[in-house]
Ligand binder design. Structure first.
Ligand code: G3P
Length: 218
């Protein structure tokens, strides 16, 4: 399972990349706005920190402008994955860019049918938004299970399921159980994944017992 982090905050990306556990980064217009930085600068900087796919989202909604934006973003660095919305125009852009060998992440996916369309359009990634479905009383993880199951039936589909809109560590566990290829999570969720009170308690006991031995390994 690959871990992407869902942020455009460069210092956080740098810090988490040092763990060796970060396989890619996803951004969206909201995250770019939060960063307060120019999209082309921030994407190029992130691409130089993390070698895996870095999703950069187009900002237009019509085919011609989205395609032009997508091509410009793709030219920035070879590890850019162009993110397009799951609309008819977005999927047309996905098909053209994918045929040109550009990785495309299709975002704002809320149904299995939408995920089937994205796979047929040659998407490298489909991003079902788990948390936003949970927010409206639907089961986001059921959608992940559906898509993973459907894609498995069609080995010709090369699209990876990228569980997005992740709100807490249990979402990561569930996505892993279901066989999602990738999970993109906010930095806070990745940090929370390390924590367990019994780890802290156990380590404190080991350290205190070790101190009593008066030994040193080095
Ligand atoms: O980047 C897409 C997705 O992960 C957004 O998450 O928390 O805004 O629903 P959220």
């Amino acid at each position: 399972m690959k871990f992407f982090i869902d942020t455009a905050e460069v210092p956080e990306i740098r810090e988490l990349a040092a763990t060796g556990l970060v396989d890619g980064v996803t951004t969206n217009p909201t995250l770019i706005a939060k960063s307060g930085r120019k999209i082309l600068d921030v994407i190029a900087e992130i691409c130089d920190i993390v070698p895996g796919p870095i999703s950069a989202e187009v900002a237009a909604t019509d085919f011609d402008t989205m395609l032009e934006e997508g091509r410009k973003l793709a030219r920035l660095r070879p590890n850019v994955a162009v993110k397009v919305p799951l609309t008819p125009a977005g999927l047309k852009v996905c098909k053209v860019l994918s045929d040109d060998g550009v990785k495309v992440n299709v975002t704002l996916c809320f149904s299995a049918n939408q995920a089937i369309l994205a796979a047929k359009a040659g998407a490298s990634f489909i991003s079902p938004f788990v948390g936003r479905l949970d927010d409206i009383g639907q089961d986001g993880m059921e959608l992940i299970a559906d898509i993973v199951g459907i894609y498995r039936e069609y080995p010709a589909f090369r699209t990876e399921v990228l569980a997005a809109s992740i709100r807490h560590p249990m979402h990561v566990t569930e996505a892993a159980r279901l066989g999602a290829h990738v999970v993109t999570m906010p930095p806070s969720v990745l940090r929370q994944m390390y924590s367990h009170p019994l780890t802290d308690k156990g380590l404190a006991a080991f350290m205190s017992d070790w101190a009593k031995t008066g030994q040193s390994i080095l």
